[in-house]
Design a protein around this ligand. Structure first.
Ligand code: G3H
Ligand code: 13P
Ligand code: ZN
Length: 343
């Protein structure tokens, strides 16, 4: 992951981090990567690990790396809630972990700055010794729709740029997730977001202070109307809602955002495709009849995002470095963990 993000920074593009829970989602991402010649980040949450089981996930990702040797692939733990969760992911073979110390281990209660620094630093020490990348989070996302987040509007715990600098300096994280008013899930905004609810100015202020730090945007699904419409056309009951416009993400990418987390858009695409088949042909009962269109619908969304984020065309730019080599880089200081701070 660290190499993938450093390369993205050199090339001035962002890389989508797509959540997976099963084989079809992994296949959709890898096919989209092949189609667009993109490096990829696949991520699994604690919920995904418990749904799929660690050993299934391990072998599915191994299969992806064997089948697509030309695609640089990082396997990332999304929203690790404790040192132990991150440690078990690293021991399983994840090449990158998020220690989300912005929340207490319950995934709901905001933690103090000191608690966040302490647990994140502990994960960084353990991970870097083993060549594994760490993402930390400062500030808290809104909402609670999928079990992560402190509730509220998303504006209650927006990242303070001074704290972001202090956090990056004290923890040595490779990537920094910030809170700028977004939340997980489909219900982010009740109208197209403007600067009063989506704080791109805060993101830019953080980038100006930490110009070399890889920033991460969570809750970055765009929740496009066409995907909502398919779900509702075939019996779904989604309420009107808005996500993060792609042009705002692109503005973020011009200002240090290198990893963009997307799950909800793919969930919508999959659900819409399955609903359509079951609605139009209720006599069908072979899961392949609806899982194949679902996989194709997700591939389409992922390929589009890969193009919009700018990672398309970059899979062949570099040869992945081994984890052992990355570990040596952290140990001898070639891979810096001290952020450049501008005043
Ligand atoms: O962070 C949220 C992702 O969408 C993963 O959600 O915990 O329901 O797997 P999940
Ligand atoms: P969305 O719910 O907007 O897709 O966000 C996903 C995410 O941030 C995963 O960590
Ligand atoms: Zn997230």
């Amino acid at each position: 992951m660290r190499q993938l993000l450093d390369e993205a920074a050199k090339g001035g593009y962002g890389v989508g981090a797509f959540n997976v829970n099963n084989m079809e989602q992994i296949q959709a991402i890898m096919e989209a990567a092949k189609q667009t010649t993109s490096p990829v980040i696949i991520q699994a949450s604690r919920g995904a690990r418990s749904y799929a089981q660690d050993r299934y996930l391990y072998h599915l990702i191994l299969a992806a790396s064997e089948l697509y040797p030309e695609i640089p692939l990082a396997m990332h733990l999304d929203h690790g809630n404790s040192f132990e969760t991150c440690k078990s992911a690293i021991e399983l073979g994840f090449t990158s972990v998020m220690m989300d110390g912005s929340l207490k281990p319950d995934g709901k209660t905001p933690a103090s700055f000191e608690e966040n620094v302490e647990v994140t630093r502990k994960v960084v020490d353990f991970a870097h010794e083993r060549g594994i990348t760490v993402e930390g989070e400062i500030g808290v996302l809104g909402g609670i729709e999928d079990g992560h987040g402190a509730g509220g509007s998303g504006l209650e715990h927006v990242t303070d740029p001074d704290q972001a600098v202090e956090f990056a300096e004290k923890t040595g994280v490779d990537a920094l997730a910030i809170a700028i008013g977004t939340s997980h899930g489909a219900y982010k905004f009740s109208k197209k977001p403007d600067g009063s609810v989506l704080k791109m100015d805060i993101l830019i202020a953080i980038h100006n202070r930490l110009p070399k730090t890889h920033l991460v945007m969570h809750g970055s699904s765009s929740v496009p109307k066409d995907l909502q419409d398919v779900v509702n056309q075939y019996g779904g009951k989604l309420k009107e809602t808005w996500g993060v416009p792609v042009e705002e993400i692109q503005l973020g990418i011009r200002n240090g955002v290198r990893k963009i987390n997307v799950d909800t858009d793919n969930r919508l695409a999959i659900t819409g495709a399955i609903r359509k088949v079951l609605w139009e042909t209720p006599e069908k009962f072979d899961p392949r009849d609806y899982l194949k269109p679902a996989r194709e619908a997700m591939q389409k969304v992922v390929a589009l995002r890969m193009t919009q984020f700018g990672q398309a065309g970059h899979a062949g730019d570099y040869k992945p470095i081994s984890i052992a080599e990355i570990a040596r880089g952290y140990a001898d200081g070639t891979l810096s963990t001290k952020p450049l701070v501008a005043n």
